[in-house]
Design a binder for this molecule. Structure first.
Ligand code: FDA
Length: 398
C-alpha cells in the first residue's frame, strides 16, 4: 500500500531535521527518512561533542561556492540570532570560544534533542533506519520505494549531506538524485581536511609531529585566494590544525601554500638589524619566537648551526633563514580524504536551485538543502548555520 504525505525529507541530519520541523509546524504532513540507526551522528561528534552550532559573525563571505551570491537570501532570513532564540526556548546553555564560534556548555545531544522535539511539535513521522531505493517523478507527485514501503509526496527535500566520514553513514545519495534529474554537480572534494605530503619530502619534518603554533597561511590568487591566521599543527604525515583545515578548502592540487611561521615579524630584518645588539646564538634567538623543538629542527633542516652567532653570519644567510620562516612555500601532495574531512566542497550546482526555496528550477517540488549543495562554510560553526538556514528556507516553501 502506498503511503501519502505532503513532504518527504530524506536525511535526518542538521538541515533535514530543521526543514522537517519547520514544514511540519506549518501544518504540512511530513515524513523524515534516514538510513542510519543513530540519529544525527554528525551533530553528536561535532565540536568535540559540544557542537559548534553557529558563528555569530556569519556573513556570505565565510562560504565557498561557484555561485557566491546564492547563500545570501537563506542566511539573511535565518540568522545565528534566530537559532539562538530557538536554543533559549529550550534553555540550552552555550558559550563563545573563539572568533564568534558558539558551543554548547553541556553536549551536542542538547541540540539533537531540541531538533527532535521541534519535529515532534510538527507531528513529523519518522522512518529510521530506512533506506530509499528509488525516487521517481510521476506528474506532480514523487514516488519513493523505501525499506518500509512505497511513499508518495508532492515535495521531496534531499538533505543527505556530503561524503565526509563515510563510516558514520555519509553517502552520495544527493549526487545520484541530481544526476537522475540531469542537474549539474560541482565536482565534490574533501575540505576542512588535513593536508599530506610525499613521504620522502616530509621525512625531515616528521620529528616535528605534535608541534603547534600560530601562523599565517595563504594560497591561490585574486578570486581564489585564501588567507587565514590560525594555529597550525605538524603531524606525522603532514599539516593540520585550524589554519590548514581552513586553507584546505581553497587549496588546488599541485599548487603551493605559503606559510608565515612567525607572523607580525620580519625575521631577516630583525636579525640583520640586531647583529650588534642581539647577543644570543641563533638557536636561542629563534626559540624566543618559535616553539623550541621547531626552532632546533628548523635550523637543522635548513642547514644552519644552532650555536652560530648572528654577528658572524653574512646578511645573505640571515635573509635565507628569514625567508624560510616568513615565507615557507610548500606543495602538499594531497589530503587525508573524506575519512578525515569535516565537509565536502562542491555538490549540487546552486545555479540549478532557487535561492529562496532551495527548489530545483526545472523539477518543481524537488529541493536540496545543507551540505549536499555547493555551499561550503569555513571552519567555525558556519556549516551548521548553512544547514539551519537552508533547511528553514526549504521548510517554509514545501
Ligand atoms: P548531515 O551529514 O548532518 O546529515 C545527513 C543525514 O543524511 C545523515 O543523518 C545521514 O545518515 C543521512 N543519509 C545519508 N545518506 C543517506 C541515504 N542514502 N539515505 C537516507 N539517509 C541518508 N560544522 C559546524 O558548523 N560546526 C562544527 O562544530 C562541526 N564539526 C564537525 C565535526 C566533524 C567530525 C564533521 C565530520 C563535521 C563537522 N561539521 C561541523 C560539519 C557539519 O557536521 C555538516 O556540515 C552538517 O552536519 C551538514 O548538515 P546536513 O544536514 O547537510 O548533513
Amino acid at each position: 500500500m502506498t503511503k501519502q504525505v505532503d513532504v518527504v525529507v530524506i536525511g535526518a541530519g542538521a538541515a533535514g531535521m530543521m526543514c522537517a520541523a519547520v514544514a511540519g509546524q506549518r501544518g504540512r504532513k511530513v515524513m523524515l527518512i534516514d538510513h542510519a540507526s543513530r540519529l544525527a551522528e554528525k551533530i553528536r561528534i561535532s565540536g568535540g561533542g559540544r557542537c559548534n552550532f553557529t558563528n555569530v559573525d556569519t556573513t556570505p563571505q565565510n562560504f565557498l561556492s561557484q555561485n557566491p551570491h546564492f547563500c545570501k537570501s537563506a542566511l539573511s532570513r535565518f540568522t545565528p540570532q534566530d537559532f539562538l532564540a530557538l536554543m533559549k526556548r529550550y534553555r540550552i546553555a552555550y558559550h563563545e570560544k573563539h572568533k564568534g564560534q558558539l558551543f554548547c556548555d553541556n553536549s551536542a545531544e542538547d541540540i539533537i534533542a531540541m531538533l527532535k522535539a521541534e519535529c515532534g511539535i510538527g507531528n513529523v513521522e519518522w522512518r529510521m533506519p530506512c533506506g530509499v531505493q528509488s525516487l521517481a517523478k510521476q506528474g506532480d507527485q514523487f514516488l519513493m520505494e523505501t525499506d518500509m514501503g512505497t511513499v508518495q509526496a508532492s515535495s521531496v527535500v534531499v538533505a543527505t549531506g556530503g561524503l565526509s566520514i563515510p563510516k558514520i553513514g555519509a553517502t552520495d545519495f544527493a549526487y545520484r538524485v541530481a544526476r537522475q534529474f540531469e542537474l549539474k554537480i560541482v565536482e565534490p572534494r574533501p575540505a576542512l581536511v588535513p593536508l599530506t605530503f610525499d613521504a620522502k619530502a616530509w621525512q625531515p619534518f616528521v620529528a616535528l609531529a605534535g608541534v603547534a603554533l600560530p601562523v599565517e597561511v595563504e594560497t591561490g590568487a585574486k578570486k581564489t585566494r585564501g588567507w587565514f591566521k590560525e594555529d597550525l599543527l605538524f603531524t606525522h604525515r603532514g599539516l593540520s590544525g585550524p589554519a590548514i583545515l581552513q586553507i584546505s578548502s581553497y587549496w588546488q592540487p599541485g599548487t603551493p601554500l605559503t606559510i608565515n611561521l612567525v607572523p607580525d615579524m620580519d625575521i631577516a630584518q630583525t636579525l640583520i638589524d640586531g647583529k650588534s645588539t642581539l647577543k644570543k646564538n641563533l638557536g636561542n634567538l629563534l626559540a624566543q619566537w618559535l616553539p623550541s623543538r621547531l626552532a632546533d629542527e628548523w635550523l637543522r633542516i635548513n642547514g644552519f648551526v644552532a650555536d652560530a652567532r648572528i654577528a658572524d653570519m653574512p646578511d645573505k644567510e640571515l635573509r635565507r633563514l628569514g625567508t624560510s620562516l616568513n615565507q615557507w612555500a610548500i606543495v602538499p601532495d594531497g589530503t587525508e580524504g573524506y575519512r578525515k574531512a569535516e565537509v565536502t566542497l562542491g555538490g549540487v550546482d546552486t545555479r540549478e536551485l532557487s535561492q529562496q526555496t532551495m527548489m530545483v528550477n526545472k523539477v518543481p517540488g524537488l529541493h536540496f538543502v545543507g551540505e549536499a549543495i555547493d555551499v561550503t562554510g569555513w571552519l567555525g560553526g558556519y556549516n551548521f548555520q548553512w544547514a539551519w538556514a537552508s533547511g528553514v528556507a526549504a521548510g517554509q516553501a514545501v
